[in-house]
Design a protein around this ligand. Structure first.
Ligand code: AMP
Length: 364
């Protein structure tokens, strides 16, 4: 399914971004380069994105009236934060075109709906079962077996809202940890590597894919990405790219879409999707001809997409998490390192404070 090309929202227009974190900040910087103004909507007092945007509205994600007012002040809306409830989202979408489309957001907000949807298109998630009571957890564990991971269906990110169950006896502790929230139980995948597929789809149906990054996580949080991924992942990546394009077409998607995968003996196992720009695509700012942020802005404004080719043979992106950020001066000691700091005050444990991208390999 392809949508008819929408009207162009030209430079000078105002792009509304729901969410004020580093993703919104980098989107606003890319939008400014193309001559757009951004208006950030977020509940925080001084969010990182507002520092680089023309306008900022402080409001709660569930305040329908405030989101409707915000929608009336912008030409097009997008989001960098996924956990907005259906009601407030409708209030916004009634006032301004919203991309990526609501259907994509609603599926990606719910781990169960997301797995059902992707499985319906031929993707292979880890074995999974819906769990909404302690009894259902028992039944699911009998079917899936341990080790397994219990994940809340909603509001999880960076390993939050997850409890590992190493053996069946650990079920009580896991159920306590998720505080009775509706969950999915997932079989534990013994993967060789993780990678993500990043694509951008235009309203015309054109799709641009970036080179898939190989991602290494620590404590459930992305630690670093490298591009290109190891050659051993080539066939899993090809399979995952085909699936990601199907997902984007089926959702009549507009903007950047990210799908995360495990690669193992059985090929590409789908983990989760994010209907937005993604941490594993930060390397595209310096490492690709057009960054994920710029192409997202181009897509939602109806502009042609830019090329996504690598500009050098190898790129790495290292996250600066918590206290890592104190190394900023040492990082600048490497003249080839591209340092990005998000302007966040306190370097709390597990908080993404910045990242550093290094371009490498010989240009041949
Ligand atoms: P998630 O927030 O679901 O992406 O999980 C964060 C990280 O935890 C993943 O990137 C993996 O490193 C690990 N993880 C999540 N689910 C599984 C699984 N079913 N099997 C093995 N590792 C997992």
């Amino acid at each position: 399914m392809t949508s008819s090309p929408g009207s162009t929202i030209g430079p000078g227009s105002t792009i509304g971004i729901v969410g004020g974190g580093q993703l919104g900040r980098m989107l606003a910087m890319a939008a400014a380069q193309l001559g757009y103004k951004c208006h950030i909507y977020a509940p925080d007092e001084a969010p990182p994105a507002a520092e680089v945007a023309a306008f900022f509205t402080r409001g709660a994600y569930d305040d329908e009236a405030a989101l409707a007012r915000f929608g009336g002040e912008i030409d097009v809306a997008t989001y960098e934060f996924e956990n907005i409830a259906a009601g407030p989202l409708s209030a916004l979408a009634e006032k301004a075109p919203l991309y990526p489309p609501r259907g994509a957001l609603e599926i990606a907000q719910d781990r169960l709906a997301e797995k059902d949807f992707v499985a319906g298109l031929g993707g292979r998630p880890a074995p999974y079962a819906a769990v909404s009571s302690r009894d259902e957890l028992e039944t699911a564990l009998t079917r899936i077996g341990a080790p397994a991971i219990l994940k809340t269906r909603r509001f999880g990110y960076d390993g939050k809202g997850q409890a590992r169950i190493r053996e069946a006896a650990g079920a009580d502790a896991a159920w306590d940890a998720v505080k009775g929230a509706p969950c999915v139980l997932e079989g534990f995948i013994r993967f060789d590597a993780e990678f993500s597929i990043l694509l951008c789809r235009a309203p015309s149906g054109d799709i641009a894919l970036w080179n898939a990054p190989e991602n290494v996580h620590a404590n459930g949080i992305l630690d670093h990405s490298k591009v290109p991924a190891s050659p051993a992942l080539r066939s899993a990546i090809a399979e995952a790219e085909a699936l990601a394009c199907k997902v984007a077409d089926r959702l009549d998607y507009v903007g950047v879409l990210t799908l995360e995968f495990f690669a193992g003996a059985e090929g590409a196992v789908f983990n989760e999707m994010a209907p937005r720009v993604h941490n594993s695509g930060h390397w595209t700012i310096e490492g690709a001809l057009t960054s994920q942020f710029e192409n997202h802005i181009r897509a939602i404004c109806g502009l042609p997409l830019g090329a996504t080719d690598l500009v050098v043979p190898e790129v790495t992106m290292q996250n600066l998490i918590g206290a890592d950020v104190v190394e900023w001066q040492a990082i600048l000691g490497d003249p080839a390192a591209h340092l990005h700091l998000y302007g966040k005050g306190e370097a709390r444990r597990g908080r993404k404070m910045g990242h550093v991208t290094r371009l490498g390999g010989s240009l041949g």
